[in-house]
Design a protein around this ligand. Structure first.
Ligand code: AHR
Length: 521
């Protein structure tokens, strides 16, 4: 933020000196300078990734209802309505099978004839029996249907190097080998060509309670035996990353792991009122709202500081920062299993999503992948299910509105946001990111997290002119508003017509607590 403000001041001074600062901003207006001429960094579509763990009803009762289910339309047990919704979202990648679950998972238990698959106990999430009926083939075939690249999270905590190297051979090798032959026997001739591989998860915690030095050595060992079996793509190996602001973790990984063995370093950060008293997902005060948004805004500082550490040994930014778990985390819905992490999703979550995705876009040089936790029925889900019913959450709509940024070129911008102050908490009220897509259209996503003030924003484009502006908005009367199975469309995107284009300038009136995406042609 400090950097952004400094840059803003520099741009403002430059613009004023050259006489090109044509805006007559009023005191209430936020003036934003965009530099389309300086656009060079691609916003990787993989920033818009999702995460599906064997946790509660994300997989079982979420994606997967079993192939004998005659009530809910499905293909090989995976719900058709969910596939359709995720295709519309343009999900670029999907992380599986965990999370903490990944470091207890033994992939061989989940392939071959279902009746012969052993069961296990899901020790992290509710102590339920995992019957392994949804396994590697089910997940990878499902990704193909969604059009998402799979991101497999491997077991380092309780697994073996052999197990991982055989998993890669099983899913990626086209030649003759014990594992590829076994895959064929199990009904899949061609390999799936899985590119993204996570080497453990939260190795500092549920993944083994390791020190960064110990984990770095483990990583080196595992990575050594991760053979590129595929002819078409090299493996993209992602190290288990820091817990929020544990900068030492990133420092050690970047120092101790040879960079030619490392493609991405992960980072996890969740937003909540207070980690020990998270509060209700739907019944929260403005104090709780402000505190949650403040922890969400902390993402800006986290990616800035972790990136700066990575810059020291990787100035060319070859290694990606992969935020493979993020989102809001509240108390479970009353009456539901505490180990299942089922929570509703309100306009507060829409604010978190819009703000966080703007942060990722603006850091696209280093943040090249991210995964919202989690896709269905768990934490900040995009879809909730109840038997045959399915609803899309406000977070779904934000991610759908923002998918115009996928693989587009980031347009640098500078501005000073007014503050949203509530109680002891001060947070920038407005967040913005902008990009130009392959067809030449410019898209700008704007969020006003202030729940009581409309904010006027003036966008100037350094001389670039446009013929027309259109927009979509996500807004609702109250922050606590959410979609329910009885009222599934209470919150959905609507046409936004409060953006006025005059030559090279657009003036936008952003309603309180709203997310807007503009398209400029
Ligand atoms: O997303 C839920 C859990 O949060 C994941 O299993 C774990 O990695 C994190 O602590």
């Amino acid at each position: 933020m400090i950097k952004t403000i400094a840059r803003y001041l520099r741009l403002t001074v430059l613009a004023a000196a050259s006489g090109s600062f044509a805006l007559t901003a009023n005191a209430q207006q936020t003036v934003v300078t965009l530099k389309p001429g300086e656009a060079k960094t691609q916003i990787s579509k993989n920033i818009y990734g999702h995460f599906a763990e064997h946790l509660g009803h994300c997989i079982y009762g979420g994606f997967y209802v079993g192939d004998s289910n005659k009530v809910i339309p499905n293909t090989n047990g995976v719900r058709n309505d969910i596939i359709d919704a995720l295709k519309k979202l343009k999900v670029p990648n999907l992380r599986w099978p965990g999370g903490c679950f990944a470091d207890t998972y033994h992939w061989k238990d989940g392939v071959g004839p279902r009746p012969k698959r052993p069961t296990m106990v899901n020790t992290w999430w509710g102590g339920v029996t995992e019957d392994n009926s949804f396994g590697t083939h089910d997940f990878l075939d499902m990704c193909e249907r969604i059009g998402a690249e799979p991101y497999l999270s491997a077991n380092v905590g309780s697994g073996t190097v052999k197990e991982l190297s055989e998993w890669i051979q099983y899913v990626n090798f086209n030649g003759v080998s014990p594992m590829s032959n076994w895959r064929r026997e199990n009904g899949r001739e061609k390999p799936w060509d899985v590119h993204f591989w996570g080497v453990g998860n939260e190795a500092w915690g549920c993944g083994g309670n390791m020190t960064p030095e110990y984990y770095a050595n483990e990583y080196r060992k595992y990575a050594t035996f991760m053979t590129d079996w595929s002819n078409t793509s090299k493996l993209f190996r992602i190290a288990s990353g820091a817990n929020g602001g544990d900068y030492h973790w990133t420092e050690v990984l970047m120092r101790d792991i040879p960079h030619d063995m490392l493609d991405g370093v992960a980072l996890h950060h969740y937003s909540s009122v207070n980690w020990d008293a998270k509060g209700s997902a739907t019944e929260f005060s403005e104090t709780e709202y402000a505190k949650t948004l403040k922890t969400a805004w902390r993402m800006e500082q986290l990616v800035t500081k972790h990136s700066a550490i990575m810059d020291k040994t990787d100035p060319d930014k070859k290694i990606a920062l992969v935020v493979d778990e993020w989102g809001g985390w509240y108390d479970v819905e009353p009456g539901t299993n505490p180990g299942f992490l089922f929570q509703q999703n309100t306009m507060r979550d829409a604010m978190i999503a819009g703000m966080t995705l703007n942060i990722f876009n603006n850091h696209a040089e280093r943040v090249r992948m991210a995964n919202l936790a989690q896709t269905i029925n768990v934490l900040q889900a995009v879809i909730l299910t109840e038997k045959e019913k399915m609803i899309l959450t406000p977070t779904y709509h934000v991610m759908e509105m923002y998918n115009v940024h996928q693989d587009a070129t980031l347009i640098p911008l500078a501005f000073k946001s007014p503050d949203y102050i509530y109680g002891n908490d001060t947070i920038p009220a407005i967040s913005i990111s902008a990009s130009k897509d392959k067809t030449g259209n410019t898209h700008i996503s704007l969020v006003n997290i202030d729940p009581s003030k409309t904010r006027e924003v003036s966008l100037s484009f350094d001389g670039a002119t446009f013929k027309q502006v259109s927009g979509r908005i996500l807004v609702s009367a109250k922050l606590q508003d959410h979609n329910t199975f009885e009222q599934p469309d209470k919150i959905k995107p609507a046409v936004f017509s409060n953006a006025v284009l005059k030559g090279s300038q657009v003036t936008v009136k952003l309603p309180a607590a709203s997310v807007v995406v503009l398209t400029l042609l």
